[in-house]
Design a protein around this ligand. Structure first.
Ligand SMILES: [Zn+2]
Length: 387
């Protein structure tokens, strides 16, 4: 199923099924060329075309992931988007049947690359792998993402660090808007010759200044895109500020299109974003923290190396139905972690991703059953540490 925008392009389609009567939360369906996704949705991060430690069968059959995220910057540098295109595109290359969202690489250029130089036409940067010099432009990142064949693509944006001056944030935000126009024009031009369905989301920037965020969102509306992303979050700012920035543009971004908050958040923050009208989120926390021994449970966190779990026969989370929790004890996971075994990472990642997906399912159920405000109150009063 697809939506035909005023521009005449076939796009992904978003359908709202239920709206919270108190907050801005909504539950919906996102129809893509690679399946329909229930929203709000959490997208596991597969930076290098893999969610570290999990097979695609784990993600698809066991965890029932409908969409995952991959990184343009990393795949462009290695193995290269042209190689992936020659091998049939990213879905085929990584054997993933469901939807894929790719970022534009902007965030990685600004956070990973040793050297970068921004001008009005794009950014020149050095690879963090071998120091080689590359250039991303709004147009080239559309071409790279189309070569990958991702369902939902992001425009190249500038993601300023935190904090920056209002003056710099304003200049940077205007550049992001200009780049979004250029990327949008390239995308429309390329799509005319393609029979496949893709969407390109522009990204709201403006650092931590609500006036710039609003100005940016207003300017991006003219692009009439199938969805909108809110970027520049989780760059070191206090957490309440990130939520304020999402709130600043909620009333401007069209209600009929999905909104994606990039790179957030902790489990207790997921419903906070949803309450502010967010439909899609991604974060490396569940997988990265899993590998570091930090497990999220319905009763709070479990730091698996703690001696208190040495002889603990209970599963990580007694309420969780994942393979890890239905098969193994905390004592065994602690042993694997302490021994540096590969299996630990696989089992821990599987559980943490399941926890995030479960939270999104709980949120969605609460919205549909009209009990989301109550759900939000419970999350806010819950303690952080598991028994
Ligand atoms: Zn589990």
């Amino acid at each position: 199923m697809s939506l035909t925008l005023e521009s005449g392009l076939a796009q992904i389609r978003f359908e709202t099924l239920a709206e919270c009567s108190v907050t801005r939360a909504r539950a919906g369906l996102l129809h893509t060329a690679h399946g329909t996704i229930e929203t709000p949705v959490f997208m596991p991060v597969g930076t290098q075309a893999t969610v570290k430690g999990l097979t695609q069968r784990d993600l698809h059959d066991d965890l029932q992931v409908g969409i995952l995220l991959s990184n343009t910057y990393h795949l462009y540098l290695r193995p290269g988007h042209e190689l992936i295109a020659r091998l049939g595109g990213l879905h085929r290359f990584m054997s993933w049947p469901n939807a894929i969202l790719t970022d534009s690489g902007g965030f990685q250029v600004f956070s990973l690359s040793g050297m970068r130089r921004i001008d009005e036409d794009g950014v020149v940067f050095q690879s963090h792998l071998d120091g080689s010099t590359h250039r991303f432009t709004p147009e080239s990142t559309v071409d790279v993402q189309l070569a990958l064949g991702s369902d939902i693509q992001m425009v190249l944006d500038e993601c300023p660090e935190y904090p920056v001056s209002h003056e710099y944030a304003r200049e940077s935000m205007h550049r992001t808007v200009r780049w979004a126009r250029l990327a949008g024009a390239r995308f429309r031009e390329r799509m005319r010759a393609l029979s496949t369905v893709h969407a390109l989301f522009p990204i709201v920037q403006g650092s931590m200044f609500p006036d710039l965020r609003r100005e940016c969102a207003e300017a991006l509306l003219e692009l009439d895109t199938a969805g909108y992303a809110v970027g520049g979050l989780s760059v070191g700012e206090p957490r309440p500020l990130s939520l304020d920035m999402v709130e600043a543009t909620e009333g401007i971004l069209p209600r009929g299109r999905p909104r994606y908050a990039m790179g957030v958040g902790m489990p207790d923050e997921l419903p906070e974003y949803v309450a502010r009208g967010i439909d899609m989120m991604d974060c490396v926390l569940p997988s990265r923290n899993a590998r570091n021994g930090y497990l999220f449970t319905s009763q709070g966190r479990v730091i698996i190396k703690h001696a208190r779990y040495k002889e603990d026969e209970r599963p990580v989370d007694p309420k969780c139905t994942c393979y890890t929790c239905t098969s193994y004890s905390r004592a065994y996971l602690r042993h694997l972690f302490q021994s540096g075994e590969i299996l630990y990472s696989a089992l821990a990642t599987r559980h943490n991703i399941q926890r995030y997906l479960d939270i999104m399912r709980e949120i969605r159920h609460a919205i549909i059953s009209n009990s989301f405000p109550e759900y939000l109150r419970c999350v806010r009063s819950a303690s952080a540490e598991a028994e």
